[in-house]
Ligand binder design. Structure first.
Ligand code: GLC
Length: 738
């Protein structure tokens, strides 16, 4: 009797459990039908942002399956629905590098930032780096990497430009699609972000981007369209901001009509973290997943179901997309993370990739040079900046600074100067920022005064001077014009004094820009003999720079955005916030939704709303059309060799051209094809295709095909070495020769 009493309930439990439809086994409609309302709501609302919870990952709780990941979806174990893990970011996986209870570490490779990768113009290389980041994402147990980001770098001051790709929609879209393919080749998903028009950090959760339909389509949505169609991302992340008055995360036109109906996107849309103001409007607009999720949203959805402003039918649309996403994940398919990605192999990948995105801006018979005695200036030389701050950061195990990179390449570093710098840095170092400050970019210490440094003696004792200028930026605030975009007085003074002393001794001076984006150059570029833009090159940065300086790698990077002569020349200069005039706290208002206060529309120009009066004339489209001189044009970059082009021919929607290396060093060339206007109103130049050659040895040629994007018969085409090339090569139409 007793046994029966025990066996019966177990049997019933077993039967009822067996009767419950399991995801992946039963038809998805049956699984949805078996879900309670509470379970459906807990699926569309993420598991919360509090990573301190135990890794329980059960419904309504929030787990930390991968400590340090940005968020999770909830599990529904009875229906075979696992929790899935979402982690940042564009320059590598961002998770906690250490965990309680174990001595092992969980560092990730800090790859070059997206801006550097875009400067490679090499989609194959971008795919390779994406594959490496995706491998680490999989092996550390995450299901989705919250990347790539592909907002247009409309204005050089945007604090997150380092995470973005270009001022040009074609370059941005193609590089983004390549990274998606690489990342997803590992069987993990991506989340292309931030869809769309998140082009400033100032008041990002409230700002209303006011833009014409033409600029929206041709410039700001175009990179996402290309990425969606050619990358096929599993998910898209809607952006914080408003677009023409409507929250992006609540815009049915954006998330259903354009993204799904017009572009064929068949995946999941998630919000940015704490983004949006109305969870019901978000779900109805096609923003399926509310991340990271909070109890306020759960309450609001329950209330909406009660009062009928949300129906179960509405909710099931979102639930279905989330289940379809979960079916693809490593978590659902029982993948067991070994937490052992090959970090050594990936260090080699990032070192090589970083050299391909560095841009040689100036070289007056200086580079390449062999290892020699070098006097190294600039506090950043001794503490290289691998990446930007905020969610785009990566917890790396080390960063190779310039000193180590030069020493590895056979340079002898002036010991007295090194000692002076290390003493100065130690004294000035404020340690890592605490509390609210930790959210913001690190404030770099001022440059070491050189009054007490015997520069003439250093010039006599060394063969060359190397100076690093460091600028970082990050999420939550835009870049200061006075101290971040412009070089500071102490930085310019350092360059001037070092050049004076070393030039008087007949020695050369090289400047390395370890920077988060465009910086002013007109005020100092005449002084040094060579200038290399190293961007934020990842953890192997010092080695990558040394590989370029010694010629082990021939620089082949080309600028993915224009470097204007002055900030005021930027077409959006009047229609972008001036961070020097906005208090940090006010800028923090932009994080209001983080604390649950939803930002309301307001009337402050460039804060509550931003007019995109530059319209389609962004970057080189503006400078070339209006014949505005720039410091360095879009597509610019020097090489240690020279290239010649054969007569380019248009055939079947592609341009064919033979490129020959006519110089003294092996190198890669970036072939850029621009359309020039047939009718008024079009920009003077528009990139319509590009391709990078293989590494061509001296005298070697390669015939390369450049597929054109949205080419229309009759367009006039040119091949140019950059957007401002005064002597482009006209592309002939093959069909005219038949
Ligand atoms: C951040 C960022 C987004 C990131 C997310 C998760 O606020 O805007 O890029 O992926 O939250 O950290």
């Amino acid at each position: 009797m007793r046994k029966t009493l025990i066996i019966m309930p177990l049997l019933l439990l077993g039967i009822s459990a067996a009767a419950q439809p399991k995801l992946g086994k039963a038809d998805i409609d049956k699984v949805i039908a078996a879900m309670s309302v509470e379970e459906k709501i807990n699926l569309v609302v993420g598991s919360g942002g509090n990573k301190s919870a135990a890794a329980s990952a059960t419904v309504g709780d929030f787990g930390a399956l991968v400590p340090g990941a940005a968020g999770q979806t909830n599990a529904i174990p009875r229906l075979g629905i696992p929790a899935t893990t979402l982690a940042d970011g564009p320059a590598g996986l961002r998770i906690d590098p250490t965990r309680t209870g174990t001595k092992r570490t969980f560092y990730c490779t800090h790859f070059p930032v997206e801006m550097l990768m875009s400067a490679t113009w090499n989609t194959a290389l971008m795919e390779q780096v994406g594959a490496a980041i995706g491998y680490e994402t999989l092996h550390y147990g995450a299901d989705v990497l919250l990347a790539p980001a592909t907002n247009i770098t409309r204005n050089p001051l945007c604090g997150r430009n380092f995470e973005y790709l270009s001022e040009d929609p074609l370059l941005a879209g193609k590089m983004c699609a390549a990274e998606i393919r690489g990342l997803q080749s590992n069987g993990i998903g991506v989340s292309v972000k931030h869809f769309a028009l998140n082009n400033q950090e100032t008041n990002r959760t409230g700002n209303d981007a006011r833009v014409s339909e033409r600029a929206m389509e041709e410039i700001y949505l175009k990179p996402f369209e290309i990425a969606i169609k050619e990358g096929k991302p599993w998910t898209v992340m809607s952006s914080y901001n408003r677009i023409n008055g409507t929250m992006a995360s609540e815009s049915k036109w954006l998330l259903e009509d354009r993204l799904r109906r017009d572009w064929g996107f068949d995946g999941l849309v998630m919000s940015d973290w704490y983004g949006g103001t109305d969870p019901v409007a978000m779900l109805k607009a096609g923003n399926d997943l509310l991340m990271p999720g909070n109890k306020k949203q759960v309450k609001a959805l329950n209330k909406a179901l009660e009062n009928g402003t949300l129906t179960i039918k509405d909710l099931d649309h979102n639930v279905r997309r989330i289940l379809e996403y979960i079916l693809r994940t490593p978590a659902f398919n029982g993948y067991k993370a070994d937490n052992e990605p090959d970090l050594e192999a990936h260090a080699a990948v990032t070192r090589a990739a970083a050299t391909e995105g560095m841009v040689l801006l100036k070289n007056t018979m200086t580079l390449p040079l062999n290892g020699c005695k070098a006097a190294v200036f600039g506090r950043t030389s001794y503490s290289f900046i691998a990446g930007g701050t905020g969610s785009g950061d990566v917890h790396h195990a080390y960063v190779v600074d310039l000193i180590q990179g030069l020493q590895n390449a056979g340079f002898t570093i002036d010991a007295d100067l090194e000692k002076a710098y290390r003493t100065y840095i130690k004294k000035k170092d404020k340690g890592s920022p605490k509390g609210l400050k930790a959210f913001f970019p690190i404030e770099l210490i001022p440059e070491m005064p050189l009054d007490d440094v015997d520069l003439l003696a250093l010039a006599d004792a060394n063969d060359v001077a190397v100076i690093t200028i460091g600028k970082t930026s990050g999420e939550f605030e835009d870049r200061s014009i006075t101290s971040n975009y412009n070089l500071t007085d102490d930085e310019i003074s350092m360059i001037t004094k070092v050049c004076g002393a070393f030039h008087s001794a007949g020695k050369k001076v090289i400047v390395i820009l370890n920077v988060c984006g465009v910086v002013d150059t007109i005020s100092w570029i005449e002084s040094p003999d060579a200038v290399l833009c190293a961007w934020l090159p990842g953890q192997e940065g010092g080695n990558s720079v040394a590989d370029i300086l010694t010629g082990k790698a021939n620089p082949s990077g080309r600028l993915p955005m224009t470097w204007p002569r002055r900030y005021k020349d930027v077409p959006s200069a009047e229609d972008f916030p001036d961070p020097d005039k906005i208090s940090r706290f006010k800028s923090m208002k932009s994080m209001s939704s983080f604390v649950g206060i939803n930002s309301k529309p307001g009337r402050t120009k460039n804060f509550d709303y931003t007019e995109y009066t530059d319209d389609i004339f962004v970057g080189y489209r503006y400078y070339t059309t209006n014949d505005v001189k720039v410091s360095f044009p879009f597509g610019y970059g020097l090489s240690y060799t020279t290239f010649e082009y054969s007569d380019p021919m248009l055939r079947g929607g592609s341009v064919f051209v033979t490129v020959r290396n006519t110089g003294a060093a092996a190198g890669k060339e970036v072939v850029q094809v621009y359309a020039t206007p047939e009718k008024a109103g079009r920009p003077a130049r528009e990139l319509i295709g590009f391709a990078k050659t293989n590494l061509l040895q001296q005298g070697e040629s390669q015939t390369i095909e450049i597929p054109l994007y949205e080419y229309k018969s009759g367009m006039s085409l040119i091949i140019a070495r950059n957007a401002a090339d005064p002597e482009p090569i006209k592309v002939n139409d093959y069909s005219l020769f038949r």
